[in-house]
Design a protein around this ligand. Sequence first.
Ligand code: GAL
Length: 383
Amino acid sequence: MKKTSLFLWAACLGALLLPSCTQQEELKEIRSGELWPDNTGVHVNAHGGGILYHDGTYYWYGENKSDSTSAAMVGIMCYSSENLTDWKNEGAVLPVEMNDTTSDIIQGCIMERPKVIYNEKTGKFVMWFHLELKGKGYAAARSAVAVADNPTGPFKYLRSGRINPGKLPFDMTEEQRAVLDTLDAEKYKEWWTPVWYDAIAKGLFVKRDLEGGQMARDMQLFVDDDGKGYHIYSSEDNLTLHIAELSDDYLSHTGKYVRLAPAGHNEAPAIFKKDGTYWMITSGCTGWDPNEARMFSAPSIWGPWTKHPNPCVGKDAEITFHGQSTFVLPVHGKKDAFMFMADIWRPKHPSDARYIWLPIQFRDGKPVIEWRDAWTLAAFDAQ
Ligand code: GAL
């Protein structure tokens, strides 16, 4: 037998005996909290991120964090992978602006929690993120949008601003509007009192920000089965979440929105849909410090949203295993496979922040998240 055919025989036999490539790759472990080296051996730098699955590849977008500051020194990063464990650094797909000091995204601004969705109609990749202007702390509370022809960019920065100026939540009743009309900001100068909370719940800050548009900080994007896009963000000084409809091209807001958990102080919203039910996992508001996750569900994106107990169980569940939610990924090709993603922040050494990725289990139809030191995607087959 010629050398070449001998080699072919050996290769075929090998292929029969060994598990297929995909099977092998599925067995790679996801180890939350550890260093996750990319293809260049450097810990993945994509914090507060989210993942887009497109044409056989996962694209992970997130904040590039430097060693000593949480401000944006580089911009929004992208990493690609076919198996969720081997990540290729695709670079800064929306870099900060280095020279033009009039740019919203000048180096030193704050760019947080970027998310990217694909628009079937336009064939474009649309990124939204939370933007704070350089030197202004967290006062701007703006959302910014960028667009690209390819998932790995480059993304073209379009604009930033507050959301839905002049619009009240579309589900506000006449009665609620009448109450809003009577709310006098002068009477609620002292924060955190019961009457102040009550006024917030009734829309005190919605009214305050009506003209200039609603504040938006921690955020999420969601594309529903019918292709409609939604932007979910902590508004009203982080006191109330808003869910706002995006235009058909996902590049602007339509003016239609609802409030979720008024005065409930929710951040870090992560949404997914299973069997027609919308689930939202959020955090409380304690800055970089971890707190207890919350969970809500609704039969429609517009609500009504019902609150459930913390989905995390076991050791350190009351501080979300030291993390804060950022995204829930529907794992491609597997039924009911949803992966919870969170960040373990390290504000003193921001680039050393770690990732928590855990499979969501369903018990009595409700999401449950348990810590695992190591797991593989095969965990979804066992459900
Ligand atoms: C967190 C928020 C982060 C970041 C941080 C700043 O509560 O989730 O995205 O904004 O506050 O302190």
